[in-house]
Ligand binder design. Structure first.
Ligand SMILES: [Zn+2]
Length: 238
């Protein structure tokens, strides 16, 4: 039954049955269950990851529904992490989905990510991304950054001490002073798909693409091969 579920995916040359079997042994931690995190978690569960933790402290709000594909009106006011666990577990009983209804801090992040094969960024917060980045470099855990703004999304897979880290590229990340980030509803699902693909590649031992930038409104797609910053305060060669 499991083989039948992934039959079409295992036919993809880049994956094959070996790659599919490998995915079933991997553990993914999604930090943030909003527009990006919920869509990425949904894809990861459907594609056959072994286990997934979804960490989010917030509740589902009406203003979330335009850019998420898992939540519905009946979920308003409920914990995002718990709703995702419940719904995604029903999608695929072969995957172990676990909700963690907590806020991630510098004190507790280690406990949440220590067993992760890859961390998925669904945070929408630069300070939290810098925290994930430091933990990633310190303990050699890959992660995949993603961000969205209006009609443009960015993704970058980060392999500690191999690719540039988030700190290396912070000057390339647009800064917003707006209280609420404007987001076209279709954007997070698109960017989460790219983020998920980069995570799957990392899990299969492939190299991520670099900094990917996609403007869904103008259909401009670009990827930049940014170099590591030798004097980066987080990953620099001291
Ligand atoms: Zn760096």
């Amino acid at each position: 039954m499991t083989k039948d579920r992934y039959r079409r995916q295992a036919l993809v040359r880049e994956l094959g049955q070996n790659g599919q079997d490998m995915l079933a042994t991997k553990h993914v931690v999604v930090i943030g269950g909003g527009g990006l995190g919920s869509n990425s978690a949904n894809l990861m569960v459907r594609m056959g990851i072994g286990s997934i933790d979804i960490i989010d402290y917030d509740s589902v709000e009406l203003s979330n529904l335009h850019r998420t594909s898992v939540f519905s009106e009946e979920d308003l006011g409920k914990s995002k992490a718990l709703v995702l666990q419940e719904k995604l577990q029903k999608v695929n009983m072969n995957v172990r989905a676990k909700a963690i209804n907590q806020r991630v801090t510098s004190e507790n992040i280690r406990a949440f990510v220590s067993d992760a094969d890859v961390i998925i960024d669904g945070t929408d917060s630069v300070p939290l991304r810098l925290l994930i980045n430091e933990e990633s470099i310190r303990h050699n855990i890959p992660w995949v950054y993603a961000g969205v703004y209006e009609t443009v999304g960015m993704v970058m897979g980060i392999l500690p001490k191999n690719t540039p880290c988030f700190q290396c590229i912070t000057q390339n990340i647009p800064k917003s002073t707006m209280k609420e980030i404007p987001v076209l509803g279709s954007l997070p699902a698109t960017i989460a798909s790219i983020q998920c693909n980069e995570a799957i590649k990392i899990l299969l031992g492939r190299h991520p693409k670099g900094l990917i930038i996609y403007d869904v409104w103008n259909q401009c797609f670009d990827s930049m091969n940014i170099q590591r910053n030798p004097s980066c305060i987080t990953c620099g060669r001291k």
